[in-house]
Design a binder for this molecule. Structure first.
Ligand code: F6R
Length: 255
């Protein structure tokens, strides 16, 4: 696991964009996309590179991590809409090649199983982390080998996400379809990005705590290719922060 700590969230966003640009320029690729606030600076930077530097996403296929259950199609807070608004709608990627679980399906478990089957060959998977250590919407207690399925959101997550629903926790759906931890772990390269002190405890548990379902993001420790991109505040509870900084500063050209 590589842990990169930057002074600002903006610098972190550029690093995540660099990882994505590198695979996109190499040829056809499948990207795994997170929604929420964490990747927004990276997404804004990718849109800028598309507009100003000709970075093309025409050969990209994309899969979202998760979706709320029960929001009508086209709801502004459905993750399909959020990703269109924040990223894919500004790129030259065919809308039919951007996939999300169908949260308005009358049979959510069937929609989850169908999504799981479609998920193949994800190269780079972008991840955020919840304040309770979730990735995707795999809340604490999720099986470390779980596949895409319906989950119930933890109260803390609904509280955290109320800001997207007019600050009303009651407006936040209770159920979601999320890629499982086993599904996420199939991606070739996991890139988790976090900024702000409110993420520091979850980041420390994920990176330096035990591998446990109590902190679903700790599954990162089990994966062979992980990059964690943090700002100083999100890194503030890491015991080995100075070692990670030293590794990054001394990185040889061949690494
Ligand atoms: C969203 C997702 C979640 C978020 C996490 C952090 O698709 O999978 O795991 O990444 O809840 O959310 P933000 O970035 O809004 O703090």
């Amino acid at each position: 696991m590589e842990v990169l700590i930057h002074r600002s969230a903006e610098a972190g966003g550029r690093v995540v964009a660099d990882v994505v640009e590198d695979v996109v320029r190499r040829g056809p690729t499948v990207l795994g996309l997170a929604t929420g606030s964490s990747p927004l600076l990276a997404y804004a930077e990718l849109i800028r590179r598309h507009r100003e530097e000709g970075l093309s996403f025409a050969r990209v296929e994309a899969f979202l991590l998760d979706e709320y259950v029960g929001l009508p199609a086209g709801h502004p807070e459905s993750y399909r809409e959020v990703i269109r608004r924040e990223l894919t709608g500004h790129l030259d990627i065919d809308a039919d090649r951007v996939h999300a679980p169908d949260g308005s399906h009358p049979d959510p478990p069937a929609a989850a199983a169908e999504y799981e089957k479609s998920l193949v060959g994800v190269g780079v998977q972008i991840l955020g982390i919840g304040t309770n250590g979730h990735i995707g919407f795999n809340e604490p207690g999720s099986s470390l080998m779980s596949l895409t399925r319906v989950k119930t959101l933890a109260r803390q997550t609904r509280d955290d996400n109320a800001r997207f629903f007019g600050d009303s926790i009651d407006a936040v759906p209770r159920h979601v379809i999320t890629q499982g931890l086993g599904t996420i772990a199939r991606a070739g390269h996991l890139v988790l990005t976090a900024a702000g002190e409110h993420k520091a405890a979850a980041v420390a548990a994920a990176v330096e705590g035990p591998l446990t379902a109590s902190c679903p993001a700790s599954i990162l420790q089990w994966h062979p290719h992980v990059t964690v991109v943090l700002d100083d505040a999100a890194a503030s509870r890491l015991e080995r922060a100075s070692f990670y900084r030293e590794i990054a500063a001394q990185k040889p050209a061949w690494a």
